[in-house]
Design a protein around this ligand. Sequence first.
Ligand SMILES: *Cc1c(COP(=O)(O)O)cnc(C)c1O
Length: 234
Amino acid sequence: MSDPSARELLRQRLDSVESRIRAACGRAGRPRADVTLIAVTKTISAATAQVLPELGLLDLGESRPQELWTKAAALPATVRWHMIGHMQRNKIERTLPLTQLIHSVDSIRLLVAVEAAAAQRGQAVDVLLEVNASGEASKHGFAPADVQPLTEQLRALAWVRVRGLMTMAAPADEPEQCRPTFAALRQLRDRLHADLPAPHHVTHLSMGMSDDFEIAIEEGSTLIRLGSVLFQGL
Ligand SMILES: *Cc1c(COP(=O)(O)O)cnc(C)c1O
């Protein structure tokens, strides 16, 4: 991105988001270091995304595998890529080596396929299970009631490490309306954490987007995924 005004705008938005994150952490009595900001680059070009590492943003997210591949090739290797969208099984092999964390394991079929691909590579993979906490038919993910019964299957995995849960709240008029969804995901995480021994380490909660990240932080989010609040109009 050569346009200095766009760069300045991005810097200002980042400053403003940062102070909102700090304030939410303060209200919740949580250290700022508990929360990782993932910048979701799906609406911006690779050329625009280039500036993010220079601004200190090294955790970047993409919702489409092909887009992640393209941007990962264009950006420095210091970037930690997060796969946050629905992934078809035929995209796994190419995505795994580029990705720090897959947030969107949304079915047993995908889980089994990721396990097989990781075994093939001989490298463990960190994943989150996506939970359809709001129950909308349009959303991917495990129903909340289906998570606990997965425990036995998860214990049997040799290469996939479950590091937490991910969700998207239903669209709401007020961010406050998302609180019960986020609180429910935290309870689900706590139960799974208690039930699942190492090498799993079910500590992460990937929840909170541009419209609701402060509520998500108050409810325990460790990974917030922000797009429009940073990149609108860029
Ligand atoms: C696009 C997207 C985001 C970012 O959404 P904003 O509301 O623009 O912050 C977060 N998570 C997922 C899974 C997304 O697809």
